[in-house]
Design a protein around this ligand. Structure first.
Ligand SMILES: [Zn+2]
Length: 271
């Protein structure tokens, strides 16, 4: 497993400044610096939005795809560091790690525009896929609001198989992982509607949720060790997903009701 150094991951998170158009440029720049080949870095204009989706494709040797997404737009209050430059700026580092080793899946790393405009960016992205492309997606991994604390799963928006596999990985790495359901929209929604299995990771708990959207969402809110731990966990997890085969005929399943409300950290599900 190849990890990008802490200083580099931190420096990418620190480039949160500017409006969403600046962020779009910054995200493309970071993708290039991280080694996304120019020919595989594209933008997808989204109707009625100023900023496009930013996409880095990492072709694999097989025919299946894993989509790793995070929105880069933010609300006017605060700097939008946690929500969601934390997720968007992690995409290039994850790409860099995945690119360093052979992989079977094609990975699509997507910075979505317009989550805060009724997630039009991710909706448009999914609407532009052919049905066979949608069927070719083994997992959609959504990163939304990391770095407030340890990694959490949004239970109601996470498939049981993907959840079990993330818990196994956290267990193996002796890393904390909790389950917290949130309210509002996430970019996994349009994928779920097309029956793609999704997993949403974040870091929001009842104790820290007041930071999201008020001006408190600034760089001071970042707990650096937790953020870097989330990055390490996601590199390992994506590597694991790349090596996994979805059972034939599998359809996404929700998590048991006992798991869909706030749980403390630690092992929650025996995979
Ligand atoms: Zn938000």
């Amino acid at each position: 497993m190849t990890l990008v150094g802490e200083k580099i991951v931190l420096s990418r998170l620190q480039q949160y400044g500017g409006d969403d158009t600046v962020r779009e440029t910054t995200l493309r720049q970071i993708f290039l610096e991280a080694g996304c080949p120019e020919a595989q870095l594209t933008v997808q204009a989204v109707p009625h939005l100023e900023q496009p989706n930013v996409i880095c494709m990492l072709p694999g040797t097989g025919s299946r795809t894993i989509v790793v997404g995070a929105n880069f737009d933010h609300v006017a209050a605060g700097d939008g560091v946690i929500d969601n430059w934390s997720g968007a700026s992690m995409l290039p580092s994850l790409m860099q790690s995945l690119r360093a080793a052979p992989h079977t899946h094609t990975f699509a790393f997507v910075g979505f525009s317009g989550l805060h405009a009724n997630y039009v960016g991710s909706k448009f992205y999914v609407s532009q896929m052919r049905p066979e492309q949608v069927k070719g997606i083994d997992a959609m991994v959504d990163l939304d609001m990391l770095g407030l604390g340890p990694t959490m799963m949004w239970a109601k928006r996470t498939d049981l198989r993907l959840a079990g596999s993330l818990m196994q990985m956290a267990d193996a790495m002796k890393m904390p992982l909790g389950v917290v359901d949130l309210a509002g929209e996430a970019d996994e929604e349009p994928f779920t509607e097309k029956h793609v299995c999704t997993v949403v990771v974040h870091s929001v708990t009842p104790e820290n949720s007041q930071i999201i959207h008020p001006p408190d969402d600034n760089y001071k809110a970042v707990r650096w060790d937790d953020y870097f731990a989330s990055y390490r966990l996601m590199v390992a997890y994506l590597t694991k997903l790349d090596g996994a085969t979805v059972p034939k005929g599998y359809t996404c399943k929700g998590l048991p009701a006992s798991m869909t409300t706030w749980k403390g950290l630690g092992r929650l599900l025996k995979p």
